[in-house]
Design a protein around this ligand. Structure first.
Ligand code: KIV
Length: 277
C-alpha cells in the first residue's frame, strides 16, 4: 500500500445525506485544469454534455458523442480527488433500451473512474433508471427543461410556468426518484414547482434555473466564469474571464507587434564558456 493515503472522494450516500440539509455545491467541468481548481470547493462535478456547446461550439447538445464524454471525464478525474464525479450520458447513448443504457454507462464508469451517470427524462426513462441502479450504476435524474429534447420542446424554454403543466413534471421527478436515482437535476422550471418537487421527493434536488429551496445548485462553469457570450437569466456571473482573456491577448498582440516581447528575461543567453582544456 502506498505511504501516501489516497484522498477520499465524496460518495453517493454522502450526497444523499444532504437532503433537506446544507445545499450541495455542484458545477460542470470538462478538463483537468479547472477540475483541480474547483475540486476542493465543490461536492459534485458534472461532466455535462453542455461541453458540446460551451467548449466545442455546437448549437445544441445533440451531436455530443460517448467518446467525447469519456475523454473529458478522464481529464476531470485526473484533476480531482475530492468531489463526486458524474458524467452525462449523451443523446442516443441510452434511450433505445435499458440494455443499451447499461452497456454505455458501464463503459463510462469503467473507462473514466467516475462514480455516476446522469440521464435526461422522467417517467419515460424510469425503467432504464431502475435497470441501471439495480445493477450497481448510480444515476442522477434530470427533469424539467431537458436540452436533448430541444426539438420536441421547441426551444430552450422554462417549464411549468402554467399550473396545468405541473402534474406531469412532478410525476417525472417522482418517477426517477422512485426508480432509484440518488439525486435529480431540476432545470429551468417555475420556482414554486421546483420548491414543491423538492418537498415531495426523498432524494436531493439540484437546481439550475429552479429554486433556492432545492437541495443543491449547479451551474455551467463557463457561464458563471464569464466565458460564454450570452447567458440565461438564471446564471449569475462570478467572474469575467472572457473580458480578461480578451485584454490579455490584446496586450500580448501589442507587445509582439512592437517587438516588446520576448524580453531579455524570456530568452536564453549562451552558457559561459569554461576554461580551455
Ligand atoms: O449538460 C449539462 O451541463 C447539464 C447541466 C446544465 C445540469 O446537464
Amino acid at each position: 500500500m502506498s505511504a501516501v493515503a489516497e484522498s477520499k472522494r465524496i460518495t453517493v450516500p454522502e450526497i444523499m445525506a444532504h437532503k433537506g440539509g446544507t445545499p450541495l455545491v455542484c458545477l460542470t467541468c470538462y478538463d483537468a485544469v479547472l477540475a483541480k481548481i474547483m475540486d476542493p470547493q465543490v461536492d459534485l462535478i458534472l461532466i455535462g454534455d453542455t461541453v458540446g456547446m460551451v467548449v466545442h461550439g455546437m448549437k445544441t447538445t445533440l451531436p455530443v458523442t460517448l467518446e467525447m464524454m469519456i475523454l473529458h471525464a478522464q481529464g476531470v478525474m485526473r484533476g480531482s480527488s475530492h468531489a463526486l464525479v458524474a458524467v452525462d450520458m449523451p443523446f442516443g447513448s441510452y434511450e433505445e433500451s435499458p440494455a443499451q443504457a447499461f452497456r454505455n454507462a458501464a463503459r463510462v464508469l469503467a473507462e473514466t473512474g467516475a462514480q455516476a451517470v446522469k440521464l435526461e427524462g422522467g417517467v419515460r426513462m424510469a425503467e432504464t433508471v431502475r435497470f441501471l441502479t439495480c445493477r450497481g450504476i448510480p444515476v442522477v435524474g434530470h427533469v424539467g427543461l431537458t436540452p436533448q429534447s430541444i426539438q420536441a420542446l421547441g426551444g430552450f424554454k422554462a417549464q411549468g410556468r402554467e399550473e396545468a403543466q405541473w402534474p406531469a413534471i412532478e410525476e417525472d421527478a417522482r418517477g426517477v426518484a422512485e426508480a432509484g436515482a440518488f439525486a435529480v437535476v431540476l432545470e429551468a422550471m417555475a420556482e414554486p414547482l421546483a420548491a414543491k418537487i423538492t418537498r415531495q421527493i426523498p432524494v436531493p434536488t439540484i437546481g439550475i434555473g429552479a429554486s433556492n429551496a432545492c437541495d443543491g445548485q449547479i451551474l455551467v462553469v463557463n457561464d458563471m466564469l464569464g466565458l460564454t457570450p450570452h447567458v440565461p437569466k438564471f446564471v449569475r456571473r462570478y467572474a469575467h474571464l472572457g473580458e480578461d482573456v480578451a485584454a490579455a491577448v490584446a496586450s500580448y498582440a501589442a507587445d509582439v507587434r512592437a517587438r516588446a516581447f520576448p524580453g531579455a528575461d524570456n530568452t536564453y543567453a549562451m552558457k559561459k564558456a569554461g576554461p580551455a582544456q
